[in-house]
Each structure stands twice: as structure tokens, then as C-alpha cells.
Ligand binder design. Structure first.
Ligand SMILES: C[S@@+](CC[C@H](N)C(=O)[O-])C[C@H]1O[C@@H](n2cnc3c(N)ncnc32)[C@H](O)[C@@H]1O
Length: 227
């Protein structure tokens, strides 16, 4: 099955969207339409971190990898060496336009689509990854996205979630989430306090490792899709 690349794949839902969900889709498209041009400059300090994610995932050679909500494609491109295929999927045409302008090896492709209804058959990928996108989603969409990622990951494959975490120190814990909450979307506050283990276990993925980065403010959670 070919990935969907038509805008209707992100504007038409296979379920009846709640008001909160409709608002999230509208806000997401509008925000990234204007912020896309600044995104790579703002996230420049994260470049080295992309390699840490690749190392944590430890994909076997020739893996087929899906980077969900890929944005400007930095994590997808970091996965390319050693992979047989990397697809970066995003619902923002503006973010994808920047990803597509970058030099990319022939095993990388970028497609337009909604992470909550992935346009791929079950078990299509050895690895699925999502970085710094779940915290922007209402919980109902978060659940759908994780369920979809688990569906398109093959049995025995790997699912990786990279996103904000609560730092462990008492002072950092009380100050940093408040600062980050000033510029992040309202869903960040509940996301950062949530454990990802139960969410993953609910879709048949067992957490293998969880490591911290950025002084405890980010987590890389690696799970195995149960056979
Ligand atoms: C903060 S950026 C992260 C981009 C990239 N993963 C990274 O690590 O730099 C969030 C991205 O998630 C995308 N996104 C949010 N909800 C999505 C959805 N339901 N389907 C596909 N992409 C989505 C946005 O369009 C945006 O490009």
C-alpha cells in the first residue's frame, strides 16, 4: 500500500472528531505554517541529540523506519545510515516543505499524513519513532497515535517515544515545567506528568529502556512490540 500524500489524508478523519480534536488539528496546521521557518534554528542545539536517539533505538541493519510527526525531518535523516528505508510523516505541509528541501539520501522519503490514522498496513515497519510531538496532542489523539504506531510496527519490532520529562531534582521539577508551560500548548502539563509505560503496555508494547537527556527534561523511551 502506497502512503497517502494527498491533503485529504489529514483533513478527513476516519472517526467523528470532538471539538477539542478539531481545534487541535486547526491550531497545529496554523502554528507550524508560520513557525516552520524558524524551527531548525531554534532546535539547532538538539542536533547531537538526534544521534543519541539513533543509538538508543539500535535498529538492526536494513531496518524499515517510520519517523512519525517528523517535522523538518532531522530525526528521520539521522536514522538514514544503515537503514533500508526511512519515511518521515507529518501533517504540516509547511514543515514537510523544509524537510524536502534538505539533501537527503535515496532511502529517505517524506509524506503528508495524520499520525492518528497512519496510511500504512499493519507490521509495515521494524521501527517507529515519534519525537517531541506527543506533548502537543490532546490525550485522545495521543492514544490514537500510539495505537497506530504499534499497529504499523511488526511483532518484535521497536517503538520509540522521545519527548519532555519531569526533571528529578525538587527545584528543577517545580521551576522548569512552569517555564516550558509558558510557550508550550496546554496538553504539555498533563503529558509531562504522565508515565508512558501504561500507555505503551496498553497497545502491546513492553518498555525496554527509558533514559533521560537535557538535564532530565527529556526522555527516550524504547519499547518492544510483543510477539
Ligand atoms: C515540535 S515538532 C517535532 C518535529 C520533529 N519530530 C522533531 O523532533 O523535531 C511537532 C510536529 O508534529 C507534527 N504533528 C502534530 N500532530 C500531528 C499528527 N496528528 N500527524 C502528523 N504530524 C503531526 C507537527 O505538524 C509538527 O511538525
Amino acid at each position: 500500500m502506497e502512503p497517502a500524500t494527498h491533503p485529504s489524508s489529514v483533513t478527513t478523519a476516519s472517526w467523528s472528531r470532538s471539538t477539542e480534536e478539531q481545534r487541535y488539528y486547526t491550531v497545529n496546521r496554523a502554528e507550524w505554517a508560520w513557525f516552520s521557518r524558524y524551527y531548525d534554528a531554534v532546535t539547532r542545539p538538539m542536533r547531537r541529540f538526534r544521534g543519541e536517539v539513533v543509538a538508543a533505538v539500535a535498529a538492526p541493519p536494513d531496518s524499515r523506519i517510520l519517523d512519525v510527526a517528523t517535522g523538518t525531518g532531522e530525526q528521520a535523516l539521522a536514522f538514514a545510515p544503515g537503514a533500508s528505508e526511512v519515511i518521515g510523516l507529518d501533517m504540516s505541509e509547511a514543515m514537510l516543505a523544509i524537510a524536502r528541501r534538505k539533501a537527503r539520501p535515496p532511502n529517505v522519503d517524506f509524506v503528508l499524513g495524520d499520525a492518528a490514522q497512519l496510511p500504512f498496513p499493519a507490521g509495515r515497519f521494524d521501527v517507529t519513532c515519534i519525537s517531541f510531538a506527543l506533548h502537543e496532542m490532546p490525550p485522545s489523539i495521543r492514544d490514537r497515535v500510539i495505537r497506530e504506531m504499534a499497529r504499523v510496527t511488526r511483532h518484535g519490532g521497536t517503538l520509540a517515544v522521545v519527548d519532555y520529562a519531569l526533571p528529578s531534582g525538587r527545584i528543577a521539577r517545580s521551576i522548569l515545567p512552569r517555564l516550558i508551560g509558558l510557550y508550550e500548548r496546554p496538553f504539555y502539563a498533563s503529558f509531562v506528568r504522565s508515565a508512558l509505560g501504561p500507555l505503551l503496555e496498553g497497545v502491546g508494547v513492553a518498555v525496554r529502556t527509558e533514559q533521560r537527556a537535557f538535564w532530565g527534561n527529556a526522555r527516550i523511551v524504547i519499547g518492544d512490540k510483543l510477539v
